[in-house]
Design a protein around this ligand. Structure first.
Ligand code: GRF
Length: 203
């Protein structure tokens, strides 16, 4: 299985996937890591692991369509079986989403369908939720709206700030994202008619 991972920032989820590949838990090769930000720390993580990197800055493009057309080409050149969005902070155009339909995963720090979009940890605290969490889902044209594959829950504690809560969620992210990538790479998981479906024969 060949993966391309898209990031914008720290890349701690990328690191979890790199480590799971290195340990042989995920039998896949990360063909490339692509960032829209040149200073994303995740690029260092990729280089340290000997993985090719590309930077494609959205600032060099006039429109989202032009950016995504170029991004699509770059991804395509690496011929991935799966595109992994790991903190890639860009809204994707319908044509890009369409192109990688059923072959693109995202991780979103909330218990979807709750709290699509940004600032999820603060929103959970403001709403006085006592449970919060993270979702891995297939990417469809609806932002943070594609079929959920796996979620992990964490408690919201009395003195939590967005930062302490985010940390607790992150620990779970690093467990569930590699797991879902593993399932996909073993063809135990696919998207079918907007549902995430497990293949019983391969479990
Ligand atoms: C994570 O919180 C993830 O849920 C969200 O972006 C963040 C990425 O963190 N989509 P990192 O760059 O993997 O550390």
């Amino acid at each position: 299985c060949r993966l391309v991972v898209l990031i914008s920032g720290s890349g701690s989820n990328l690191q979890a996937i790199i480590d799971a590949c290195a340990r042989g838990e995920i039998k896949a090769e990360i063909a490339a890591v692509i960032s829209n930000k040149a200073d994303a720390y995740g690029l260092e993580r990729a280089k340290n692991a000997g993985i090719q990197t590309r930077v494609l800055s959205h600032k060099d493009f006039d429109s989202r369509e032009a950016y995504d057309a170029e991004l699509m080409d770059i991804i395509d050149n690496f011929e991935p079986n799966l595109v992994v969005l790991a903190g890639f902070m860009r809204i994707l155009t319908p044509s890009l989403v369409q192109k990688f339909k059923g072959k693109m995963l995202n991780i979103h720090p909330s218990l979807l369908p709750k709290y699509q979009g940004l600032n999820t940890h603060q929103r959970a605290i403001d709403a006085k939720d006592d449970v919060h969490g993270v979702s891995v889902h297939f990417v469809t044209e609806e932002l943070d709206g594609g079929p959920v594959v796996l979620q992990a829950k964490v408690p919201v504690l009395e003195n939590d700030t967005a930062e302490t809560l985010a940390q607790r969620v992150h620990q779970q992210e690093h467990i569930i994202y590699p797991l879902v990538v593993k399932w996909f790479s073993e063809q135990r998981l696919k998207m079918e008619a907007d549902y995430a479906v497990f293949d019983e024969k391969k479990l």
